[in-house]
Design a binder for this molecule. Structure first.
Ligand code: URA
Length: 252
């Protein structure tokens, strides 16, 4: 199969090198002719792959291909400062999917989302409603992923270009998992999944939809660590998610 230059550039961007057939060597000529000078090779400028090109490529990937594409990704400048990518963790058939923001220092070291202080709070919150990231069946073991797979330097906020480049990976994770409920934690998860810039306080307490999947908005655990008085609201959000999932299961 032939690859267009645009496709080749896109594959190179996500770290896949194509095998090039060697030039066929002519059989020894009986008559040796004077060499004709080859025309100067034409240099064709190939535009770099766009976020849309990458999205089209990612949307057909299975889990191993997706994982490899994330590991090899150099689509934005965050690849330069990362120790490693942080793909996601949990049951790939989980009923619950948790979407956070981006890896911090500990996540960048350990390669797993939410392992620092906010991760401890998240684990406690999940445990309170009978969920876990540890090995369990699909109803109990959640899947946790972030909008960004690489740590922004100094834990700064993700930039729009970084979110756009990384978004196809999260979209594909959700498509492969097909969760029954999504918990979007913090404003960047909400911006990615709901395309909304409204404050969390205005979006929580109701059921949104992401491609038909019920989605509950709640505060990011890092925010809750700084604003203890809002923990009760986060608890209400978890209860709303639980109740939404139970009603959906009872109706089906
Ligand atoms: N905050 C997040 O949103 N994700 C992590 O993985 C860690 C901290």
């Amino acid at each position: 199969m032939g690859w267009t230059e645009r496709q080749q550039a896109m594959l190179a961007e996500i770290g896949i090198r194509l095998w090039q057939a060697p030039e066929p060597q002519p059989a020894s000529p009986a008559v040796v002719e004077a060499p004709v000078p080859a025309p100067a090779p034409q240099v064709v400028a190939t535009p770099p792959p766009t976020a849309r090109d990458r999205a089209v490529h990612v949307e057909s990937m299975d889990w191993p291909a997706l994982r490899e594409a994330v590991v090899a990704c150099r689509a934005c400048k965050l690849c330069e400062g990362r120790r490693q990518t942080v793909f996601g963790v949990g049951n790939t058939s989980a009923h619950w999917m948790i979407v956070g923001e981006a890896p911090g220092e500990q996540e960048d070291r350990q390669g797993e989302p939410f392992v620092g202080k906010s991760g401890q709070l998240l684990d406690n919150m999940l445990r309170a409603i009978g969920l876990t990231r540890a090995e369990a069946d699909a109803a109990q073991q959640v899947y946790i992923a972030n909008t960004l797979k690489c740590r922004p330097p100094g834990n700064r906020n993700p930039e729009p270009e970084e979110l756009a480049q990384c978004e196809p990976f999260l979209i594909r994770q959700i498509e492969l998992i097909r969760p029954r409920i999504i918990l979007a934690m913090g404003r960047f998860a909400v911006q990615s999944l709901l395309r909304s810039h409204e404050p969390i306080g205005r979006l929580r307490s109701r059921v949104h939809r992401y491609h038909g999947v019920p989605l509950i908005v709640t505060y990011h655990p890092a925010y809750l660590l700084r604003n203890l008085e809002d923990k009760a609201k986060a608890w209400d959000d978890l209860c709303l998610a639980l109740q939404t999932l139970r009603s959906a299961s009872a109706a089906s």
